[in-house]
Structures are given as structure tokens and as C-alpha cells.
Design a protein around this ligand. Structure first.
Ligand code: FCB
Length: 443
């Protein structure tokens, strides 16, 4: 039997440490006919964008199977469930509440609370209503205000059912992957787009924080950022400098405004046309206090200097997961201690961590020892950071179950629960059983 172990006396073995599982609306829900179209529907329908040509129309059919999924979550013994809300399910074309969508989530929230599972709700996990994209999406400043309006309506409707709200999931992915390199929806390509989209996303975060402070003052409110720590290929100064630039561009760009109310210095090196449109007062809105910082970590990246571009990313060395990401848990500890030194942080929650592996199901068993090893190494890495003084209060496995993995479609499995997409049958993998045992063994 697979099992996770942590050193005796570890804070991660205390009941106060929060363990959870995470999902996102577009990746699991399906139920497409009960909501407005979003940018991921459009992207999926564009040939060549998603590896297996699939879409989110059915996904894990969580829209129909949510009750049994909550039983599954409860059976894992978790303290918390991180889900995201589908903006296009909750809001009508006229910007009003869609009561059927509200009821769908209220039923879920009530079922979670009835089982003492704390709902950690992410307000935006990439499924922008298509009609906002038709008006420019995150390149249009108005989208930030439309987001705040949506947040105002839903937080009033949910009352005190939500334990914690995160405004955005990974604004890096929405802006850079979606608007600069185009490998995510809406698939725009251009160096002039990425920073502008990022600024409007961060503004949306700040405006939503104001709403949350008003409408949900007792919830723990914050944001979820992803980090891929940057390592220099050599100790040559040129490579080190290139790596710093990459770190500022991909990582610090999204956190520094929140804690220091400014962008990294490299903003001055970017051509004027690539810089965001910052209005007076924006940085104050973005830099409000937050109750927690959510951190998502999967892997690191290695860089060196390049003749034409400022930096070049090298192919990741082995060992790799099934999605081609290097397994390098040491970077997780270093990231956490480094952020803790650089910024004055609120409590940290690891809001995503996990691995895609090439699972096989045999006679109802998924023996995913590779994923068990990944989790063990990364739990240790978090524990090391805690021992070095970083205030980390929770950990969420990505993901509860296999689901629609964005540009990879259904080809990559990140779940601790296996999903048979034909029958929609769920089977807890060995990594999931071990997670349950870790969680339920705490005292
Ligand atoms: C993160 C996303 C999440 C999932 C994992 C593998 O970037 O937040 O939805 O796809 O990667």
C-alpha cells in the first residue's frame, strides 16, 4: 500500500493544517447547454488548438454528477475543496444573475458545508464569457469592471456559504498563454498584448477585492498565482542576467504589483508599445491587502542568454512527468523561502500541486507509484519550507479527478481519481488512497 510520510512533529501532521483537492469549472463541469459560451468553447472549436480535438461540452459531467462527486470528495477525508465558478453559467448576456446557475453552485456549497468541507471558491479560472472577448476581452479595461460586477452579484447571492474566495487563478496563464503566445484561449499572439492583458487582470483582481471586503468580509480573500522558478543554465553573468529577466517577466510580474504596488524594473526595458496602460490609482487598487496568497507549483525552467531574444528557455532535463515537465521538488522549497524573503506575505496556501502521469487502470486499480513519489517529494518540499519559517497553512492536490487539461485535452491525467470518460466512472488511484490516509491519520 502506497503511503505518504512526514517527519514526526511536522506542522503538516496537525489538524489545523488544511488539506484539500482542487478542480476548475470548465475542466470538469460540462453542462454546456445551461450556460453562455466562453472563450474556451471557441478555442476548442478552432481546429489545431487542442491536442485531441476535444472540448468541454461534457468533460467529467460534474454538472449532472456533482452529488456523487461531493461524496467522493468527502470519502477522501479532506478539510477543503477548491472549485471555480463559471462566470458564463452565473451571468446572463445582459449582465444579470442567472438564477439556475446560482442554484447549481448554492447546492454544491450547501452540500460541502453540510459535510464540514470548507469551500475555497475561485472566481475566475479562465472561462471568460465569449461576449466579453468579442469586446476585446482582457485587452479591454472594461472587462475588469465587468468582472467586479459579476463578483458583486454572486457574492451577494452566496451569502456566507463560502469560506475563502480567490479572485483569479494564475493571471500569468490568462495573459501570457492566452494573449501573448496564444497557446490558450483566446489564442491571441503578440508581445504587445501580454502585459496589457495582465494589467487588466490584476486590476480586475483589485476591484474584486474591494467587492469582497464589502460583501464577504468574513471570508478569507486572496489570489492564486503560479510560479515556475527560473534557473540559470550556467554561472556566466550573461546567463544569470537573462534568467533574472525571465523571472521578472514570468513570475515577479504578477506578485510584485500585489505586494509592492509596482511592476518589476524591467518594465522600463520594454518597448512603449508593449507596456500596459496604467491609469492613476491602478496600483493602489491592485496592491490592497489580501488575507492569503495561493501558490500553484508544478516545475521549474532553465534559461540562458540569447543573441536576438533576451533569454532562451532550454528543454527540461529528466525526470519528466507525462506532460513533459521536469520533476524538481527542490525548486518548490526555494521558491517558498525566496518569496517569503522578498515580500511581506500573508499566510500561504498551496492551491495546486500535482503531476500528469500515464495511468493504466487494471481490474479497477490504478497503481500510480510515479504520482505517489511526486506527491511525497513535494509534500516534503513544503514541509522543508515550513521548517525554514514560511507560514504555509494548507495544501491542495491538483486535481481531484482527471479532467480537460486545456490545450492537451483529455490526453493528460492529473487526477488522484481516475475518470473513465466513456462510463464517467471514478476510481480512486493509489495516490488518492494514500492522500486520504495521510489526512485521516492526523490528530
Ligand atoms: C494549472 C491550472 C490548472 C491545471 C494545472 C495542471 O496551470 O491552473 O487548471 O490545468 O495547471
Amino acid at each position: 500500500m502506497a503511503q505518504y510520510t512526514l517527519p514526526q512533529g511536522s506542522k503538516m501532521l496537525a489538524k489545523q493544517f488544511t488539506y484539500g483537492v482542487a478542480t476548475a469549472s470548465f475542466q470538469i463541469e460540462g453542462g454546456v447547454e445551461h450556460r453562455l459560451p466562453c472563450i474556451w468553447d471557441t478555442f476548442c472549436a478552432t481546429p489545431g488548438k487542442v491536442a485531441d480535438g476535444s472540448n468541454g461540452d461534457i468533460a467529467c459531467d460534474h454538472f449532472s454528477l456533482w452529488q456523487q462527486d461531493i461524496e467522493l470528495i468527502a470519502s477522501l477525508g479532506v478539510d477543503a475543496y477548491r472549485l471555480s465558478l463559471s462566470w458564463p453559467r452565473l451571468i446572463t448576456r445582459d449582465g444579470e444573475l442567472n438564477q439556475a446557475g446560482v442554484d447549481f453552485y448554492i447546492n454544491i456549497l450547501d452540500a460541502l458545508n453540510a459535510r464540514n468541507i470548507k469551500p475555497y471558491v475561485t472566481l475566475y479560472h479562465w472561462d471568460l464569457p465569449q461576449h466579453h472577448e468579442d469586446n476585446g476581452g482582457w485587452l479591454n479595461r472594461d472587462t475588469a469592471y465587468a468582472f467586479a460586477h459579476y463578483v458583486d452579484l454572486v457574492t451577494k447571492a452566496f451569502g456566507d456559504r463560502v469560506y475563502s474566495y480567490a479572485t483569479l487563478n494564475e493571471p500569468f496563464c490568462s495573459s501570457y498563454l492566452g494573449y501573448e503566445v496564444g497557446i490558450h484561449a483566446p489564442g491571441k499572439v503578440g508581445k504587445e498584448y501580454g502585459r496589457k492583458a495582465a494589467h487588466h487582470l490584476l486590476l480586475a483582481h483589485g476591484l474584486a477585492m474591494q467587492v469582497l471586503k464589502r460583501n464577504a468580509p468574513h471570508a478569507k480573500n486572496g489570489i492564486v498565482l503560479n510560479f515556475t522558478p527560473c534557473y540559470s543554465a550556467t554561472d556566466k553573468q550573461a546567463d544569470i542576467d537573462a534568467t533574472h529577466f525571465a523571472d521578472d517577466y514570468f513570475n515577479q510580474w504578477y506578485i510584485k504589483p500585489i505586494f509592492d504596488k509596482c511592476y518589476p524594473e524591467i518594465i522600463n526595458q520594454l518597448p512603449q508599445a508593449h507596456q500596459p496602460d496604467i491609469h492613476d490609482g491602478d496600483m493602489e487598487i491592485i496592491g490592497q491587502n489580501i488575507d492569503f496568497l495561493g501558490i500553484n507549483f508544478y516545475t521549474r525552467a532553465i534559461y540562458r542568454a540569447h543573441n536576438e531574444e533576451i533569454f532562451e528557455q532550454l528543454p527540461p532535463p529528466a525526470p519528466l512527468t507525462d506532460i513533459g515537465w521536469e520533476i524538481y521538488p527542490q525548486a518548490f522549497t526555494n521558491l517558498l523561502t525566496d518569496l517569503d524573503q522578498r515580500y511581506t506575505l500573508p499566510p500561504i496556501f498551496i492551491t495546486e500541486n500535482g503531476a500528469a502521469m500515464a495511468d493504466v487502470i487494471e481490474r479497477g486499480v490504478v497503481n500510480d507509484q510515479d504520482r505517489v513519489d511526486y506527491y511525497q517529494a513535494h509534500l516534503n518540499a513544503v514541509n522543508d519550507a515550513i521548517e525554514q519559517g514560511v507560514d504555509i497553512q494548507g495544501y491542495f492536490a491538483w486535481s481531484l479527478m482527471d479532467n480537460f487539461e486545456w490545450a492537451e485535452g483529455y490526453l493528460k491525467r492529473f487526477g488522484i481519481v481516475y475518470v473513465d470518460y466513456q462510463s464517467q466512472q471514478r476510481t480512486i488511484k493509489q495516490s488518492g488512497l494514500a492522500y486520504r490516509d495521510l489526512i485521516t491519520s492526523r490528530h
